[in-house]
Write a protein that binds this ligand. Structure first.
Ligand code: ADP
Ligand code: MG
Length: 221
């Protein structure tokens, strides 16, 4: 099973996002304003405070994903070594991975060179992909990263041994706000897809034959 995150561009990414954000934020805001109304009338049950906090956190994570997306950044102006960028992301996630019993390994053929890219944006992609892999293995497990040259492209693969992706979910991946997680935003893959296509690259998800998922990214060298 393989899916290419290439959705119709009929409705622009910005348009889809705006519609999605409005929709996603409206629910928690409605809940919050209902509780605040009760509080104002002195009829507030303290039990709802954790619920209110959850709703605020939900709004917060939606906004955080968007800040990263809209961060002004000139893509592809400078050359960077992707292995180094990946190394920075791995050290950034190291403590969290260790805590979760995740073992990260990288194999590279060592003749990669650098590519024109936005360092911050690629970091964002690697973080999102790694986090998804970690979240797919709640009991821990391996993330194997392969980095090599394939003709005129740089090929980066993230292989996890997690729960994999059900066929019915495959079709919807990359759709804004599509998530199978209780606390997911469903924005990560869409953001990755948008950054990688900005770099004239390509991002694909495969179900692995044995177990887990492979995320494959190709970037022009
Ligand atoms: P979120 O992580 O907030 O759910 P994403 O856009 O990052 O949003 O991912 C969308 C969905 O894609 C996830 O909810 C999950 O169902 C699926 N997914 C992404 N990466 C993986 C993976 N490595 N293994 C299993 N499922 C994945
Ligand atoms: Mg995610």
């Amino acid at each position: 099973m393989k899916v290419q995150l290439n959705h119709s561009e009929k409705l622009s990414v910005a348009g889809r996002l705006a519609a999605g954000v409005a929709h996603e934020i409206r629910n928690p805001v409605t809940v919050l304003s209902g509780y605040l109304q009760l509080m104002k009338n002195g009829r507030m049950n303290p039990d709802v405070i954790p619920v209110m906090l959850d709703e605020v956190n939900r709004i917060n994570s939606i906004i955080n994903e968007f800040l990263l997306l809209s961060k002004p950044d000139k893509p592809a102006n400078e050359k960077h070594d992707v292995a180094l960028i990946l190394g920075e992301v791995i050290s950034f996630l190291k403590a969290e991975a260790e805590e979760a019993g995740i073992r990260v390994s990288v194999s590279t053929d060592g003749r990669l060179g650098s590519i024109r890219c936005s360092k911050d944006q690629l970091k964002q992609v690697f973080i999102n992909v790694m986090k998804n892999a970690m979240e797919a293995m709640p009991g821990g497990g391996p993330i194997d990263i392969e980095l090599r040259r394939d003709g005129r492209e740089l090929l980066i693969r993230f292989l996890d041994a997690g729960e994999g992706i059900a066929g019915k979910d495959m079709e919807r991946l990359g759709e804004p706000f599509y998530t199978t997680k209780e606390n997911g935003t469903g924005l990560g893959l869409m953001i990755c897809q948008s950054i990688i296509s900005h770099h004239q690259g390509n991002l694909v998800l495969y179900g692995r034959p044995e177990k887990g998922t492979c995320v494959e990214i190709r970037l022009p060298l």
